[in-house]
Design a protein around this ligand. Structure first.
Ligand code: FE2
Ligand code: FE2
Length: 216
């Protein structure tokens, strides 16, 4: 995660895409139809609104699990440690969102009611319900969906930096730089965000094989 200052530039090293599930493909297709097939800061802002919600859903389920396991403090503590991890990832997504919001605002983009306000909320609400339900039924399913989402985001951000060479010489300044990490150029910033998404993906892939609370 890039929360320290003066983070070094991140090299690409993007591997092949995961084999996306039907649910993930449906989401990516809907995003392409609504916000265009190519990348854009406007589209990535929506991606980041949606990116936080699985972590919120998992945190919610974990807190309920802590309530029901508090008579076994060691186990409850183990669940709490999961909460701390997902909260950290959620906060990381939040910095991504705030940085992209700031970037979009600086271009003078005027938000539209449907595509910039209502639809992102609707997509995030639906995605939250799906992530929550999958997590309750079988956490590995929810982690798999998130791994697909994060893999897609990782590829999007690295491609965006590569496809827009002018970003290599565009300095990045932000009121969130002290919180997220300082990067010399906008290209470095996007590669850093892409590396964060890769880390989220790897964490979800690792969690796919872990049994749910109470099954171990
Ligand atoms: Fe993100
Ligand atoms: Fe992510």
């Amino acid at each position: 995660m890039s929360i320290t200052n003066s983070s070094p530039a991140v090299s690409s090293g993007v591997g092949p895409r995961r084999r996306y599930s039907l649910a993930a493909r449906a989401l990516f297709t809907a995003m392409d139809l609504l916000y265009g097939k190519g990348g854009s800061v406007r589209k990535y802002r929506v991606l980041e609104i949606v990116a936080r919600v699985p972590y919120q859903a998992w945190e919610n389920v974990a807190y309920v699990a802590i309530t029901h396991t508090s008579d076994t403090p060691t186990f409850a503590r183990e669940i709490h440690e999961r909460v701390v991890t997902v909260r950290d990832q959620q906060d990381n997504e939040q910095w991504h969102l705030l940085i992209l919001e700031e970037m979009l605002h600086s271009t003078g983009h005027q938000r539209t009611l449907i595509r910039d306000r209502l639809l992102p909320q609707l997509i995030a609400f639906t995605y939250y319900q799906v992530s929550w339900l999958l997590y309750v039924l079988h956490p590995g399913w929810s982690h798999r969906l998130n791994a697909d989402f994060e893999d897609h985001a990782e590829h999007e951000y690295f491609s965006w930096a590569e496809d827009n060479p002018e970003l290599e010489t565009t300095p990045w300044e932000s009121v969130f730089a002290d919180d997220y990490g300082h990067h010399a150029t906008v290209a470095d910033l996007f590669r850093s965000i892409g590396a964060d998404e890769r880390r989220h993906k790897l964490e979800s892939e690792a969690q796919m094989a872990v049994p749910r609370f109470g099954d171990r």
